[in-house]
Design a protein around this ligand. Structure first.
Ligand code: C2E
Ligand code: MG
Ligand code: MG
Ligand code: MG
Length: 290
């Protein structure tokens, strides 16, 4: 009996594996077509100054809706693109689209763009980025590139060369998802990092989880000591916003302020944020949805 159930468990596992591989293969084909047809697009999530509560920049986030599968999570299709050699083409297209949008914004707003772990180890990355900037007219000082600790860890030496070149070109570097990877605190000292982005898994639980609050506060103290800018991700509650602000966090993003939205929604978002700042409209947490 035990043997039979063992065998059937194995068969279930096998069927399940096949389904996963099939699904991924199908998604890969769909993604290839979507990239060719420019159906993978960039949305923008506002980043606010926690002191003034004004919008100071936007993070570009990739979005893809497949006809049959519906909305596919960027973590999933970015990983497929990395594994199947499509990431360079996908990322180049998204970056260009993001720059073209960002040049239309008031020029004190920055664009924050996620760099995949494959791109971070591409020696041509700095040149490609500079070319896209000069072709679209976005100045390098308005760009922040977000990299993760995990991506740096894959090859810290090549990451250093590339990040140094980007920094020399006046582009800012943010360490994304801070605290979730195999962090080496020496990265913060040795690499040209300007900003630490505190991962949503810590911030979102701050209000009711002492450990998460302690981690966030420690990261803020550490960053302050190193002279680094701090951004908290995933701010959903006013309580969390207030706590972050009190603890000295500089900037933040989250559903409390607004989720990622298409480029054409940005002018209205900026106008509403301006009204909030000038006291003509209610602030976040009081029912206003940016
Ligand atoms: P990330 O760079 O850490 O981006 C932040 C993620 O948190 C985004 O998820 C955003 O929509 C989500 N988020 C922001 N505020 C809140 C909040 O208050 N509550 C909740 N529940 N979520 C919030 P998204 O867009 O699904 O992206 C997931 C990840 O996929 C990103 O994490 C990034 O690692 C990757 N990604 C997205 N777009 C790109 C891209 O263009 N290139 C690369 N290489 N990676 C990308
Ligand atoms: Mg990011
Ligand atoms: Mg992040
Ligand atoms: Mg994150």
């Amino acid at each position: 009996r035990a043997k039979t159930s063992g065998r059937s468990a194995y068969r279930f596992f096998e069927v399940d594996m096949d389904a996963t591989i099939l699904h991924r293969t199908l998604l890969e084909q769909r993604l290839r077509r979507a990239i060719d047809e420019k159906m993978v697009n960039v949305f923008f999530q506002p980043i606010l100054d926690l002191e003034t509560q004004g919008i100071i920049g936007f993070e570009a986030l990739a979005r893809w809706t497949d006809r049959d599968f519906g909305e596919v999570a960027p973590t999933q299709f970015i990983s497929i693109a990395e594994d199947s050699g499509m990431i360079a083409e996908l990322a180049d297209g998204l970056f260009r689209e993001a720059c073209e949008t960002a040049v239309t914004w008031p020029n004190d707003l920055f664009l924050s763009f996620n760099i995949s772990q494959v791109q971070l180890h591409d020696r041509n990355l700095p040149l490609k980025i500079m070319a896209a900037l000069s072709e679209t007219g976005l100045t390098p000082d308005r760009l922040v590139l977000e990299v993760t600790e995990t991506a740096i860890m894959r090859n810290p030496n090549s990451a250093r060369v590339i990040l140094d070149q980007l920094a020399a070109a006046n582009i800012k570097i943010a360490l994304d998802d801070f605290g979730t990877g195999h962090s080496s605190l020496s990265f913060l000292r040795d690499l040209p990092i300007n900003t630490v982005k505190i991962d949503r898994s810590f911030t979102c639980k701050m209000a009711h989880n002492k450990e998460c609050a302690a981690i966030v506060e420690a990261v803020l103290v550490l960053s302050e000591g190193l002279g680094l800018n701090t951004v908290a991700e995933g701010i959903e509650q006013t309580e969390v916003l207030e706590r972050l602000h009190k603890s000295g966090c500089h900037q933040g993003q989250g559903f409390l302020f607004g989720a990622a939205a298409p480029a054409d929604k940005i002018p209205a978002m900026l106008e509403l944020a301006r009204q909030v700042r000038d006291g003509q409209a209610a602030g976040p947490g009081s029912g206003t949805d940016l």
